[in-house]
Design a binder for this molecule. Structure first.
Ligand code: IMP
Ligand code: ZN
Length: 357
């Protein structure tokens, strides 16, 4: 592998569009959280999957349950969210869409409203502290919790979309893909769409969701998370591919997460090249950088080494992610300018005759 690829990926300005807050908590922050709650007797091995290890999706969802025990108060949430934002910034992420599921914790008095407000507060504080990153918030619907909770969550997201000065921009649909059915959540998602919230939906993360994906595509979503089993070579269908292509719906692709969660057999067998070769918008993302012990820079490196992408291809991937974001147009333009003026881009322009422009 090109030995310069690692520093290049770190230096590359990046856009992260698929990051679950509680799955993105680093080992260092986890240590602080564990120290705050020694009575829980939680070990590090229970909050992250280390390099080379693999777990079933079911086991991954057990990990989130443990993490939720550690992040159960406003104070924990604020600390964890600020640390996650700082770490993404330190990794060269300049635009981040963080997603998280509002939770009630009766022990600490955490309500869903306080939950959303605390994440917004963390984003505001990072901005005041000049952390070099623009952060937006996608309020998540956990599919396990059914249609009523989904509808409540949409209402919450709508309220904060109107009052958070552009921080809340959309909604995510996530949670254990083996539980619940998208058809029950369709009215809530439709409502979200009608009130102007953008939709980033986990779709076809497991093989048995063909019918559900057909249904969700009727919304249609603004972005698709994973989409692992959409194409016919893995049991999906041409009709699904056609709809995704026709709508030019970007895919959020998380290599390490899919390997560690065993939905994809190996990096070589990942669906990234299927869509990339079609020229479809693909955005590399981390999913859960804490749980899966990765970073966005590492994901770019993995894509480079596995699929033979050169530095120019990596640059284009990171730049194209800007247009797939839910940022307001003015912010997209600022980001485009920032990319264009970035020292790496200037080096490129000299070396390769500004091919990218
Ligand atoms: P939180 O929403 O900030 O608490 O982040 C953790 C939650 O994100 C989990 O409980 C799941 O609902 C969701 N999540 C994280 N990774 C995945 C995934 O790969 N597929 C589906 N849902 C996920
Ligand atoms: Zn996800």
């Amino acid at each position: 592998m090109d030995k310069e690829v690692e520093p290049f990926c770190r230096a590359l300005p990046k856009v992260e569009l698929h990051a679950h807050l509680n799955g993105s908590i680093s080992v260092a922050t986890m240590e602080r959280l564990i120290a705050r709650k020694p009575h829980l007797n939680i070990k590090h091995s229970m909050t992250a999957i280390h390099k080379g290890q693999r777990r079933t999706l079911d086991e991954c969802f057990q990990v989130f349950k443990v993490i939720h025990q550690l992040v159960d108060s406003e104070e924990d949430l604020l600390m964890a969210a600020k640390a996650v934002i700082r770490e993404f910034s330190e990794d060269g992420v300049r635009y981040l869409e963080l997603r998280s599921t509002p939770r009630v914790e009766t022990n600490t008095g955490l309500t869903k409203r306080k939950y959303v407000e605390t994440v917004i507060e963390a984003i505001r504080q990072c901005k005041q502290e000049d952390v070099d990153i623009d952060v937006r918030f996608l309020v998540a619907v956990d599919r396990r919790n059914g249609p009523e909770v989904a509808m409540e969550t949409v209402k919450l997201a709508e309220d904060y979309m109107l009052s958070s000065e552009g921080i809340v921009v959309g909604m995510d649909l996530s949670g254990d893909p083996m539980v619940g059915h998208g058809k029950d959540l369709l009215p809530a998602l439709q409502k979200a769409r009608n009130c102007g919230l953008k939709l980033a939906l986990h779709m076809s993360e497991v093989p048995c969701q063909k019918e559900e994906s057909e249904l969700l595509l009727t919304l249609p979503p603004d972005r698709i998370g994973h989409g692992t089993f959409l194409h016919p070579e893995v049991g999906g269908s041409w009709s699904l591919v056609h709809k995704v292509r026709e709508g030019n719906i970007p895919l959020e692709l998380c290599l390490t997460s899919n390997i560690m969660g065993k939905t994809v057999e190996s990096y070589e067998k990942h669906h990234f090249p299927y869509w990339y070769k079609l020229g479809h918008p693909c955005v590399l993302c981390t999913d859960d950088k804490g749980v899966f012990s990765t970073s966005l820079s590492q994901e770019y490196q993995l894509a480079a080494s596995t699929f033979g992408l050169d530095q120019e291809a990596l640059w284009i991937l990171s730049q194209q992610a800007i247009s797939c974001s839910f940022a307001p147009e003015a912010i997209k333009q600022q980001l485009e300018k920032r990319w264009a003026e970035h020292p790496l881009q200037l080096t490129y322009s000299q070396d390769s005759g500004a091919k990218r422009k």
